[in-house]
Design a protein around this ligand. Structure first.
Ligand code: ADP
Ligand code: MG
Length: 483
């Protein structure tokens, strides 16, 4: 039997506000337990929530970026459940009337087999809610502690339609969503700190069947690799179960990255179980058209807009443009560099090649923190373009700056003796010597072998210890050989 996979994602994005969504306590990761928990977060009787303006503004920003409807009227509800890290006994969320409705996201997909392609997924909604605290187990033997620093952290929960058809599509979507929220400046997007967590709803059905199969929801996947692995495992589990005559039970599952498998946490509760009702402590959220238009006016250029501009204005190929807009980090670097380098394609090649390799080679490195800044790289590329150094010499300078040997490009060219030999007279002398010493290659070239020509160029480069201007060597050689 041929199976089709169906996936819908719910993503919790922590918003990068200074304070919490309903209190003035600091939203800050990594502090001593409970130092960022005020009476609202502790749910002391009589304390009242006050909505954070900046959290709402970030939700509006997101809605506009994905072409959604920002609701003029939305409502905060209480979602009732018991857990030690939730002292109120309910989470403030939005249920029937969320702040963002609809919208869509387009992203590249790298399938396991076959060519990359572009996919668009429709979003159902995005709503504002508060994060819970954290239980910390084993700090004192046999005991668990409660840390309420995270309680009340603003979350935007972003829900897709069940439109993804493979783990690769789910990962493509999650990556693009992550890049977008960081780009918009609404989240730090730090996945190790839990700023961005996906729940994957997964089901399978026989190819051709209209109705969806029964789904399982895998909770709290906080890396793209775990998302991929958890879905792959879950799909295999469900197919084997059905093919063995069993039935998928709707349930919430957890992924164990050490074992590489998902296991059941609880059978799925229905939304009825949560007894949602409007929170009487909070007024409905009214967002005026003027407010929406003001936020629209403050929107940065979006990744897909910049991607188009890099193609139309700078003449970059679509592939380059999409690589250079895959994150705010790389895009900011490239835009700063391209402002200083006339050859935009060459600048793109260096950012995607030499620079990306260097950045990816260092744990925790970013383009923004790279020791070879856009200014320095522009100076290096400028010296290629004015024929002071060749590509090889430029790479040596790049490496020297990266390793902290200095930042003055011209001084490094000087001290490393990398100035290329562009003096025609000097080059001709070297070429004559090379031709005299390599008669065999000369004969082969005359007999029509192009390879022999390349070998001669190689010999000339070697004779100058890589410092000759390769284009010039080519030209002079052809002239001498009468080619
Ligand atoms: P709940 O609120 O109970 O989690 P929803 O109906 O809002 O359920 O769906 C949550 C997520 O599950 C959405 O992303 C949706 O696209 C996805 N989903 C719904 N049905 C299926 C299914 N049969 N297979 C895979 N995903 C599904
Ligand atoms: Mg859900």
């Amino acid at each position: 039997m041929q199976w089709e996979v169906v996936i819908g994602l719910e993503t919790h994005v922590q918003l990068s506000t200074r304070s919490k969504i309903f209190s003035g306590a600091a939203r800050h990761f990594g502090d001593e337990p409970n130092v960022n928990a005020c009476y609202v977060d502790l749910a002391l009787p009589g304390s009242l929530p006050v909505l954070n303006h900046s959290a709402v503004e970030k939700a509006i920003r997101f809605g506009l970026a994905i072409d959604a409807t920002v609701a003029n009227h939305s409502v905060f509800d209480r979602k009732n459940y018991f857990y030690p890290d939730l002292p109120k006994g309910y989470q403030i969320s939005q249920f029937e009337l969320p702040v963002v409705l609809g919208g869509k996201l387009t992203f590249p997909v790298q399938p396991k087999k076959g060519d990359p392609y572009v996919k668009t997924v429709n979003l159902t909604r995005a709503h504002l809610e508060e994060d819970a605290g954290k239980s910390i187990h084993g700090l004192v033997q046999g005991c668990s502690g409660i840390d309420l620093n995270r309680a009340g952290t603003p979350l935007l929960e972003i829900v897709t339609e069940p439109e993804m058809r493979s783990a690769a599509e789910a990962v493509g979507y999650a990556r693009a969503l992550h890049a977008l929220v960081v780009w918009l400046g609404i989240s730090d997007g730090n996945m190790q700190e839990g700023n961005f967590r996906c729940d994957a709803n997964v089901s399978v059905r026989p190819v051709g069947q209209k109705e969806f199969g029964t789904r399982c929801e895998i909770k709290n996947l906080n890396s793209f690799r775990f998302l991929q692995e958890a879905i792959d495992y879950e799909v295999r589990r469900q197919i084997e179960l059905i093919e063995d005559g069993g039935k998928v039970v709707q349930a919430t599952r957890l992924y164990d990255p050490d074992k590489g498998e998902t296991r059941q946490m609880r059978t799925k509760e229905d939304s009825m179980d949560y007894r949602y009702f409007p929170d009487p402590d909070l007024l409905p959220l009214e967002i005026s058209d003027e407010w929406i238009e003001r936020v629209r006016g403050e929107m940065p250029e979006l990744p897909h807009q910049l991607c188009e501009r890099l193609q139309s204005e700078f003449g970059l190929p679509q592939y380059d443009a999409s690589m250079l807009t895959a994150s705010r980090d790389i895009a900011d670097y490239y835009v700063a560099l391209a402002a200083k380098v006339s050859d935009r394609k060459m600048a793109a090649n260096w950012v995607m090649g030499e620079l990306s390799a260097a950045v990816n080679g260092v744990e925790g490195m970013t383009f923004g923190k790279a020791p070879v800044t856009p200014e320095i790289l522009a100076a290096i590329l400028g010296r290629i373009l004015d024929n002071t150094v060749n590509q090889k010499g430029a790479k040596q300078i790049f490496a020297a700056v990266w390793e902290g040997e200095g930042t003055d490009v011209d001084a490094l060219i000087e001290s490393k003796g990398l100035k290329q030999i562009s003096d025609t007279g000097a080059l001709e002398g070297i070429i004559d010597e090379v031709l005299a010493a390599n008669q065999k290659s000369v004969d082969e070239f005359r007999a029509g072998k192009q390879k022999a020509f390349n070998a001669l160029v190689g010999q000339c480069m070697k004779a100058t210890r890589g410092k000759a201007n390769p284009a010039q060597v080519n030209e002079l050689l052809r002239k001498k050989l009468g080619a």
